[in-house]
Ligand binder design. Structure first.
Ligand SMILES: [Zn+2]
Length: 191
């Protein structure tokens, strides 16, 4: 049986986060290598858009996590945990304090850099010192040569949905002209 079929069965053809039964698709938990049913969920386009782009987060939509955070499925728990960490409000903290993840699962949840203690956290800042977050959009403030290719990423290019390098605060990653490239934070400005 295909992964999608298995997910359809598991989810009863509903978004595993918010229960909506429209515009569903297979969503692989990002930032981890593990593949398969435990790291994939069935989610609606509303949830997917907001999981992929923190700028689009509508906190009220995620009240659904009140229920779905108790899912028995790791992929759902992982994304619930990450989203609770991303929502800028007080109530997610209450839910997080009730939530329980096995150590292995928590490790996978943290792979995106969400929820790290501020002390241990590597902070990425743009040229103006503005903190950059996973999923942010930035604009390049100068032409950048792309290592290992002849490509030049032009000044003024907008890069959406950036990823942070969790070992180096100077580096972020983003897609330019369809290519995933490493960008130095001092050459970008958050938009
Ligand atoms: Zn949903």
């Amino acid at each position: 049986m295909s992964l999608e079929k298995q997910l359809q069965q598991r989810s009863n053809n509903q978004c595993e986060l918010c229960d909506i039964d429209e515009n569903l698709s297979v969503y692989k938990v990002p930032d981890i290598k593990e593949n398969g049913l435990d790291t994939t969920l069935y989610a609606c386009s509303t949830c997917v858009d907001q999981m992929n782009d923190s700028d689009k987060i509508n906190a009220n939509h995620w009240r659904c996590l009140n229920d779905s955070m108790w899912s028995e499925h790791d992929a759902v728990k992982i994304m619930a945990w990450r989203m609770l960490n991303r929502i800028k409000a007080d109530w997610p903290q209450d839910l997080l304090s009730m939530m329980y993840l096995e150590d292995d699962t928590l490790e996978l949840a943290k792979a995106s850099g969400d929820g790290e203690d501020d002390e241990n956290k590597i902070v990425h800042r743009d040229v103006n010192g503005v903190v950059l977050k996973h999923g942010d959009s930035v604009v390049l403030i100068k032409d950048l040569k792309v290592k290992g290719s002849s490509m030049v990423a032009k000044q003024g290019t907008a890069v959406r949905n950036i990823r942070l390098d969790h070992e180096n605060p100077e580096y972020i990653e983003g897609r330019v002209d369809g290519q995933q490239i490493v960008i130095i934070t001092q050459y970008v400005k958050k938009i």
